[in-house]
Design a protein around this ligand. Structure first.
Ligand code: ATP
Ligand code: MG
Length: 565
């Protein structure tokens, strides 16, 4: 039997990255420095997978008194835009992390990278190839069969220097020439088979404009950027493990002292019912399957923010899922659980009716309005109370009434008594219908002795309903979201496009909802719990005369179901 002590637990809880760092710190490596970076490519908005990487890079460095750079890996001018750079900065900041003055771009290193390429040519470790990309790729071989060497592999250093210079000068067309490393066409690692270092692209760059018409490949820029910035731990996702020998090869050619960044790989986050690749998210945006990158159904950080997620809920989620070396799939219900848990502590409670049914309280005095006490947040005693107006006509939820209720329906029905939250006991006496048989109102009576929702004679009721005054309320639009995809792994099907699995009912817009007057001054992104219904926040689409709410999450938590397993 193992004896559990808090110390032991603490050790077990340390993920493998922290273990590596602590061992190195003990050995005095890098003079005790811990320096990480978050290196997004500015070709789209950040998603919840990036949030995992951000929390890991910034969080780990913070823990050891270290620092983190933000570096935009902007080596491909055809896909990158300033809009993305701005959105990325906003999202990292919103998550609660600070890169100080340390904002870098791979494009800052274009001169250094060019000089390094020249150094490789001079050392006979790089050459200009005249073959096109297809031919080069056809010569690569397979992991079990060596590739063919290019007919241009043995060009002289002088000729290579001249050709590379002329590539830079704009003398050749795109695809006419590339610069390749001269490593080993028979290496068991395909990435070592003379990878391309530079290609010609006659596209202006979002930062360097027309200065360059040749651009370094991502692989030729990434590791060197880490080296020049003094990064101690290059934390990245597992797919880069096979690139590591190549990155090390570059650093071997570059480094002068002992220092080199250490690359550590971890498993990327995959979520059920979600696609995470920026390319696919861009497709959803461009083809109008969603309303932009920040559509509340998107797994982007901007979408989650607009949906009502808090930075704390996302950081807690990242902590909970931890880091591993094995690719897996996380249940999206865990993310939803994290936001409920956080909002439960923080959110102001209000009453709101989404599908209204009018109730006329026939024995309530005409024109009378009472201000009743309601609790702002039962989880937080300091949040205090507010007043809710009660009147002769109110709205209740259409679902909370059934004319002919089945046995297990305990809410309102003809002849039945229920409690109105914070108000009175209410009994339904008469159902009013229009010519088509649709229920248009209920006529009810209240018991004036039950003010506050308590009966002095101890009479019990089986249900408590929320309600809103029909004469004193705020009318609002409410947007209900369901999962964007109907399949657990929309991009996990061979021969089927992920878009086939889109949920046609992922958005429901309710135009005439009624909320208690308390919300009238709410600002975009303010969060509320609508009692009995869920968490909602104010959408930035709101205007002064029309509030729009998003449902962040319903109240019911599926996660607790799984927790015990
Ligand atoms: P995508 O495949 O979604 O387009 P990417 O890896 O190309 O993402 P980058 O901008 O290159 O996006 O990523 C920046 C950093 O975020 C990288 O270090 C990358 O490893 C990390 N990252 C990207 N996606 C995930 C994910 N799903 N889980 C964890 N980290 C991720
Ligand atoms: Mg990438």
């Amino acid at each position: 039997m193992s004896e559990k002590t808090p110390e032991k637990d603490a050790v077990v809880k340390k993920n493998f990255i922290r273990q590596i760092i602590e061992e190195e710190l003990k050995e005095g490596k890098n003079d005790g420095r811990v320096h990480t970076r978050f290196p997004p490519e500015p070709n789209g908005y950040l998603h919840i997978g990036h949030a995992k990487s951000i929390c890991l890079n910034f969080g780990t460095a913070q823990e050891y008194g270290g620092i983190t750079n933000l570096r935009f890996d902007d080596t491909n001018p055809s896909k990158e835009e300033t809009e993305y750079v701005e959105s990325i900065k906003k999202d990292v900041r919103w998550l609660g992390f600070d890169w100080g003055e340390r904002e870098y771009f791979s494009s800052d290193y274009f001169d250094n990278l060019y000089a390094f390429a020249v150094k490789l040519i001079k050392a006979d470790k790089a050459y200009v190839d005249d073959q096109d990309a297809e031919t080069i790729s056809a010569q690569k071989g397979t992991p079990t069969r060596p590739g063919f060497e290019s007919p241009h592999r043995e060009r002289s250093v002088e000729e290579n220097l001249d050709l590379f210079e002329r590539m830079r000068g704009g003398e050749f067309n795109e695809g006419e020439k590339v610069l390749r490393a001269k490593i080993d066409m028979a290496s068991p690692n395909m990435h070592m088979r003379d990878p391309i270092l530079y290609r010609i692209m006659k596209t202006p760059h979002h930062r360097t404009g027309d200065k360059w018409c040749i651009y370094p490949m991502y692989d030729f820029a990434h590791g060197q950027g880490d080296y020049w910035e003094g990064i101690t731990h290059s934390i990245c996702t597992l797919e880069f493990e096979v690139h590591r020998p190549l990155y090390n090869w570059f650093i071997d050619q570059l480094k002068e002292g002992e220092y080199r960044p250490r690359q550590i790989e971890f498993a990327r986050l995959n979520l059920t019912y979600t696609v995470m690749s920026k390319r696919k998210l861009l497709e959803l945006v461009k083809e109008n399957y969603v309303n932009g990158w920040d559509d509340p159904r998107m797994p982007t950080i901007s979408g989650l923010r607009r949906r009502g997620y808090t930075p704390e809920s996302i950081r807690n989620f990242a902590d909970r899922i931890g880091v591993t070396k094995v690719d897996g799939m996380i249940d999206v219900a865990l993310l939803e659980h994290s936001v409920r848990e956080d909002l439960n502590k923080k959110a102001q409670r209000v009453m709101g009716v989404l599908n209204p049914l009018k109730v006329v309280i026939t024995n309530y005095p005409e024109g009378q309005v009472e201000e009743l006490d309601a609790v702002n947040n039962p989880e937080n005693p300091d949040a205090g109370k507010r007043k809710v107006p009660f009147s002769k006509e109110i709205y209740i939820e259409r679902d909370d009434f059934m004319e002919d209720p089945p046995r297990k329906f305990f809410r309102l029905a003809p002849g039945r008594e229920v409690r109105l939250r914070y108000a009175y006991y209410l009994t339904c006496n008469e159902v009013i219908k229009d010519e088509s048989g649709e229920i248009t109102a209920l006529h009810c009576t209240y018991d004036p002795e039950t003010k506050g929702g308590n009966s002095p004679d101890g009479r019990k009721v089986k249900a408590t309903l929320h309600w809103v005054s029909a004469s004193n309320n705020v009318e609002a639009e409410v947007r209900l979201y369901d999962r964007l995809f109907l399949d657990e792994e929309p991009d996990g099907h061979k021969d089927r496009d992920f878009k086939e699995f889109l949920n046609p009912d992922s958005l429901t817009v309710l135009k005439k909802c009624y909320l208690e007057p308390f919300v009238k001054d709410a600002k975009p992104l303010d969060s509320f719990q609508f009692e009995r219904l869920g968490y909602f926040n104010v959408d930035p689409d709101s205007s002064t005369d029309q509030l729009v709410f998003n449902r962040t999450a319903p109240l019911r938590d599926n996660w607790s179901k799984f927790k015990g397993k």
